[in-house]
Write a new protein. Sequence first.
Length: 352
Amino acid sequence: MLTSVLGDPVALTRALVDIESVSHQEDAIAGAVHDALAGAGRLTVQRHGNTVVARTDLGREQRVVLAGHLDTVPLAGNFPSRTEGGIMYGCGTADMKSGTAVALHLAATVAEPAFDVTYLFYDCEEVDSAFNGLRKLGEAHPDLLAADFAILLEPTYGLVEAGCQGTVRAYVRVAGKRSHSARSWLGSNAIHAAGEVLRRLASYPARTVTIDGCTFREGLNAVRITGGVAGNVIPDECVVEINYRFAPDRTEADAAAHLGEVFDGFEVSVVDSAPGALPGLDAPPAKAFLAAVGAAPQAKLGWTDVSRFAALGIPALNFGPGDPNLAHTRDEHVEISRITACADVLRAWLTR
């Protein structure tokens, strides 16, 4: 089904969008991608679950990775795709089937790249990291991720977004004493006491740090609050869920320690975390890519799978045609001109 449109990244984007692939339901799209690449020749193509790996073996001095995920968030009345003027609408158009289509197009059409290239098309990026296809591939076959440089085609609106923030999710527990609400003075209201946690959050001074010319802005926010027993009971516990997005000059341990300092006097428990990634712009392939783009890189304000490459010592950055502000929205769309421009830049870099 995809074979007839491999030469056109725009038509290929639409074809991918029109294969429903909500997370955990990527079997059909992974099969279509595998079959299209296996039929293209020149590549060694493997399928690991719903992750497809296609590699050149040309004996080049350096190897680079182009990676894109196949899954989307749940549909929101935005399937299948439609095109109006120069804009394509549909679930996954921005995040990130347009970027994935560009990588797939290049895999099928660039016969003599300047680097050996590993193309990765993986599943379950939009859900818990336990299911992430790139993580699973790295654990089972780390040799398939080995490279000198990696590009993740996440939506960046055609800009280079280097590195990424780390993220910590934590619970701040506030204790009280339960009593009947008619005799509230006999108890201690944990929800009321949580006001101090919220006050510290509201007055928190977000740190900014510049690394390799890229400015990362941290953020510390409450994302959920729970508490209460019944309509006539003074609550003895309130839990504020916190999300901390930290600059990549901090480790996960640094971030957890910082939360302990901010919420001194309260019980803080980290329930999930992931490291950030430094920009890593000094690698020769990265320098060549930045020259092909012709614009200064920016910091990635968010977490992406570039962190997984950074953890392996592989410099990585984000570059794709979609607008990150449209990701996961009902009105998700991508400008067709961005798809072609992204493909042109990557082709120029790969064939320099």
